[in-house]
Design a protein around this ligand. Structure first.
Ligand SMILES: [Fe+2]
Ligand SMILES: [Fe+2]
Length: 174
């Protein structure tokens, strides 16, 4: 469900996605600092990356005079909610969340890169830079228990991949 239609759409979807990622990590850090302090430093490092990603897409949108996605508040609220729920469930759910989202995001970035290669070298470089971080996030999450067995964690990952796909699609429409 990638539905890539234009470079503008890629910029809007990615900008919105980074906003969602920031809110996931912000809410996870708030709860993890109370109940799972061993996760906080790694979550903070990922949050720092997502802030840089957001700033890059935000700068390009402004430079090119492109509006942001109308669903930005939805991504922020959805990210906050998902981060809160998974952090309350514990570290395996925290890392399952990152693993599931980044798996879906990295697939989407592959499609974007294939689209951009023939169309926009500047944005291609921005997406490739971000892809390196997102792949590292995915691998790190898997190494910390993001591939956890059990119906609960498998079900959680399926739901999160589905929700991420829906959010990506929604952002292409708004
Ligand atoms: Fe990111
Ligand atoms: Fe990420």
């Amino acid at each position: 469900m990638s539905n890539i239609g234009s470079v503008e759409q890629i910029l809007r979807v990615n900008h919105a996605g980074e906003c969602g990622a920031i809110w996931i990590y912000r809410s996870q850090i708030t709860i993890a600092s109370l109940f799972h302090p061993s996760c906080v430093a790694e979550l903070q490092s990922m949050l720092d990356h997502e802030r840089v990603h957001f700033a890059r897409f935000d700068a390009v949108l402004k430079n090119r005079g492109i509006r942001h996605c109308h669903a930005l508040a939805f991504w922020a609220f959805g990210g906050w909610l998902l981060g809160t729920i998974t952090a309350l469930m514990g570290p395996k759910a925290i890392w399952s969340c990152t693993a599931a989202i980044e798996t879906r995001v990295n697939l989407h970035l592959e499609h974007q890169i294939a689209f951009l290669e023939q169309r926009d070298g500047e944005i291609l470089k921005v997406v490739q830079l971000i892809q390196a971080d997102e792949k590292a996030h995915e691998q790190h999450a898997r190494s910390k228990g993001g591939d956890a067995d059990g119906v609960l964690y498998r079900g959680l990952r399926v739901c999160i991949v589905g929700a991420t796909s829906f959010a990506i699609w929604l952002s292409t429409q708004l």
